[in-house]
Design a protein around this ligand. Structure first.
Ligand SMILES: NC(=O)c1ccc[n+]([C@@H]2O[C@H](COP(=O)([O-])OP(=O)(O)OC[C@H]3O[C@@H](n4cnc5c(N)ncnc54)[C@H](O)[C@@H]3O)[C@@H](O)[C@H]2O)c1
Length: 261
């Protein structure tokens, strides 16, 4: 039990990786507030986790709702030690994205995480931890997407800023960057088949499959724990080797010549 006695807020934990992270933190002994905008799903997630979890309706684009979420956490669980900035939107049309799409994506994925961190840090004790969800999408050029990768690149810089600014308070900040991970987005693309997702994912992940939410959750739990007490301001890739590949996909020039008639 790495997180016994700790209290966490996980944003966007009503589905996908946020749900997996919330489950993973509870499994390590933390009590968790499921912060989100889907009451039915959020209540179901909280009910499944029992007394260790509570759903608090929170639109993170609204500063007052962030404040209410933190107040509700303190009222119900008595403290706030951990914040996982997980919520996101995939509102992206590549370089054709409209200003509205840019502002919406940056507001949810980056600005709201910064405001949540600002408000949470004000009540966290020494030993508090903020984990930001990055992505391999924020590390490489992309033809099809623009707003989402920019927001995720911003999360890596936000992590460094928070780490330095909050270090005097004894609060750490780490980002966790998954590659393709089984989630509603991948379920949609694969027709609900994890085998197909693994087969397609094998092309770009040296470990030969897509990630699992539990693997991301394990990294978040580690980052939140005292085992990571000397780790701050860095990114933890949880990506099956995706980010260690260069443009040559790990194949030698000879292999490329042989494969190109
Ligand atoms: N799925 C992947 O393969 C993958 C890969 C790399 C990184 N990530 C990161 O993991 C995180 C979760 O991704 P996912 O694929 O599970 O996403 P998802 O779309 O399944 O879930 C996102 C959640 O955020 C919530 N949300 C959206 N706007 C909100 C708002 N204004 N206020 C509160 N909640 C809001 C949604 O309701 C939803 O519950 C994201 O930060 C994403 O960038 C995911």
């Amino acid at each position: 039990m790495k997180l016994a006695g700790k209290v966490a807020i996980v944003t966007g934990a009503t589905q996908g990786l946020g749900h997996d992270v919330a489950r993973g933190l509870v499994a390590q002994g933390a009590r968790v507030v499921i912060a989100g905008i889907d009451p039915a799903a959020g209540q179901a997630v909280a009910d499944a986790l029992g007394d260790m979890a509570r759903y608090v309706g929170t639109d993170i684009e609204d500063d007052a709702q962030i404040a209410q979420c933190i107040a509700a956490t303190l009222a119900h669980f008595g403290q706030l030690d951990l914040l996982v900035n997980n919520a996101c939107v995939y509102d992206d049309a590549g370089i054709a994205s409209t200003r509205a799409q840019w502002l919406h994506t940056l507001n949810v994925n980056l600005v709201s995480a910064a405001i949540f961190a600002q408000q949470a840090a004000a009540v966290m004790p020494r030993g508090g931890v903020i984990v930001n969800l990055g992505s391999v999408g924020g590390k490489f050029g992309s033809a099809a997407r623009a707003t989402y990768p920019a927001s995720k690149a911003g999360m890596l810089q936000l992590t460094r800023n928070l780490a330095v600014a909050l270090a005097p308070q004894g609060i750490r900040c780490v980002s966790v960057s998954p590659a393709w991970t089984w989630s509603p987005a991948l379920a949609g693309m694969s027709g609900g088949s994890i085998e197909r997702a693994d087969a397609v994912g094998a092309h770009v992940h040296p470990l030969g499959r897509v990630g699992r939410g539990e693997e991301v959750a394990a990294a978040v739990a580690f980052a939140c724990s005292s085992e990571a007490s000397w780790i701050t301001g860095v990114d933890l890739p949880v990506d099956g080797g995706f980010s260690c590949l260069g443009p040559d996909q790990g194949r030698s020039p000879r292999a490329w010549f042989e494969a190109t008639p």
